[in-house]
Design a protein around this ligand. Structure first.
Ligand code: PRP
Ligand code: URA
Length: 211
């Protein structure tokens, strides 16, 4: 059996609390956005835990000292639409990061990813890209986004998801084994329509109230 891709599942009481609200079917679109934002803050902290830093000299009011700063160019890459709900939380913790949008939707019959908005390849790529998408189901969308980033020339790619399916992590291990996944939950399985169970339903529709 194929291994899962390298991943970390958040272990935090706040993650459990906000996930519980996000999953509940009676949670409305405004509350969904609030809980998605809170989870994105927690994921942003975990995802950026080991970002490379470089030393710099500063003066405190008391004396000089050497500090560590993030010097690499970081790019946040939300996958439209649902990934948009994670952008604000990540930008609060990484305000120096640029945001590069990718549009991908799943074919409703086959779950195959259909890209509809590509990266601006006339811009220079970030050193490290963090792909943002609440749902890693088959991982077709994430792998499609990762290929776009690799073609652009991004060398290091990370992935932040709210909920991952085992099937998605196995697909990542095969197709993007170098991408580290940080998720708030690893769920049980995909259903026959490739939706995550127990999951939270359709993240984009719940976020934007389009059900
Ligand atoms: C959802 C979700 C992911 C994708 C995950 O997007 O936000 O992008 O499905 O599924 P996968 O891992 O099997 O590719 P969707 O296609 O529903 O588009 P939306 O965000 O615009 O609703
Ligand atoms: N996309 C979603 O929004 N939810 C799922 O469970 C799977 C894919």
């Amino acid at each position: 059996m194929t291994e899962h891709a390298p991943h970390v599942v958040l272990q935090h009481a706040l993650a459990e609390h906000h996930l519980a609200r996000l999953r509940a079917k009676e949670t409305d679109s405004a509350a969904f956005q609030t809980d998605l934002h809170a989870l994105s803050l927690l994921l942003a902290a975990e995802c950026s835990r080991d970002l490379p830093t470089t030393p710099a000299s500063i003066e405190t009011p008391m004396q000089s000292m050497t500090v560590q700063r993030i010097a690499h160019r970081i790019g946040l890459v939300p996958i439209l639409r649902a990934g948009l709900g994670m952008v604000q939380g990540f930008r609060e913790l990484l305000p120096f990061a640029a945001v590069h949008h990718i549009g991908i939707r799943r074919d409703e019959a086959t779950a195959a990813p259909i890209p509809y908005y590509d990266l601006r390849q006339d811009q220079s790529p970030p050193d490290i890209a963090i792909v943002l998408d609440p749902m890693l189901a088959t991982a077709g969308s994430a792998i499609c986004a990762i290929r776009m980033l690799q073609e652009w020339g991004v060398r290091e790619i990370r992935m932040a998801a709210i909920i991952a399916a085992p099937e998605g992590l196995r697909a990542m291990a095969v197709n993007a084994p170098q991408v580290h996944v940080v998720t708030a939950a690893l769920d049980e399985r995909l259903d026959e329509n490739c939706y995550i169970c127990p999951g939270l339903g359709d993240a984009g529709d719940r976020l934007f109230g389009t059900t």
